[in-house]
Design a protein around this ligand. Structure first.
Ligand code: URA
Length: 240
């Protein structure tokens, strides 16, 4: 058996049970035993080949990795619980019966492609700013964009709070005399970035849908439904 050493909180989170913050709390509460002894130190080292871990009396083993894509509806928050009692993405995952965490987040008013997984390394790698993974959004804004405004979006601009968006790709899809629809591909993940970019050029977002992450597409997955990805398909989310 491969010898793997990891801290107790990490062993539990990698088993796909809960996030590291939660597992650390459980350990401190005395719910976790290593080789029959309660360990309250989340940084206690564990060797997978010889140590036996129990949570609330149940044996903990490393779980198979799972990757899913959810077509997140609007009006739903990307978090586990919500203090205002709004619906969360977990309300749409009841049939999954596995613990997964969202890789990044979409605003409550944004819909579309959200990846969830129990693979912490995969999630962390995808979220690192250096990963430069392209994320494509279908955007509807009010008003008609001038050529100059397209150039402003594409070249990067001041989006307030002392931040600038970097260069990105913009493709107009269509426009009427009141609205414009376009696809915007960014490689960053600043808070409410697309909305702030559009606000900065004076065209507030009316609709925002994430349609692609890396080479992984939302395609025709119905709103509110999820689909399990093969490991190979999940890796396409990391392709540039
Ligand atoms: N940009 C936004 O403004 N909102 C999102 O949810 C994602 C990207």
């Amino acid at each position: 058996m491969k010898k793997v050493r990891a801290t107790l909180d990490r062993v539990l989170s990698k088993a796909g049970i809960a996030s590291r913050t939660t597992t650390r709390a459980w350990i401190v509460q005395g719910r976790v035993k290593v080789n029959g002894r309660i360990i309250r130190n989340p940084d206690h080292w564990v060797e997978s080949a010889k140590d036996v871990v129990h949570l609330d009396g149940l044996r903990v083993r490393e779980e198979k990795k799972i990757y899913i894509v959810l077509n997140k509806p609007t009006g739903v928050v990307t978090s586990f619980g919500d203090n205002k009692d709004r619906p969360t993405v977990y309300d749409y995952l009841k049939q999954l019966e596995r613990w997964v965490f969202p890789v990044g987040r979409l605003d409550m008013d944004t819909s579309g492609l959200l990846i969830l997984t129990n693979d912490t390394e995969f999630g962390e790698a995808l979220l690192q700013p250096e990963s430069k993974v392209p994320k494509t959004y279908y955007v509807k804004v009010s008003g008609v964009l001038t050529l100059e405004e397209y150039f402003q979006l594409a070249g990067g601009l001041d989006i307030g709070r002392g931040e600038r968006s970097g260069p990105c790709i913009v493709h107009e899809v269509r426009s009427t005399d009141k609205y414009t629809w376009f696809e915007l591909t960014i490689t960053e993940g600043k808070n409410r970035q697309v909305r702030r970019m559009c606000d900065a050029i004076g065209h507030p977002v009316l609709k925002l849908v994430r349609i692609r992450v890396g080479r992984l597409q939302l395609d025709d997955l119905p709103i509110g439904k999820f689909r399990i990805l093969s490991n190979k398909e999940a890796q396409t989310a990391r392709s540039l």
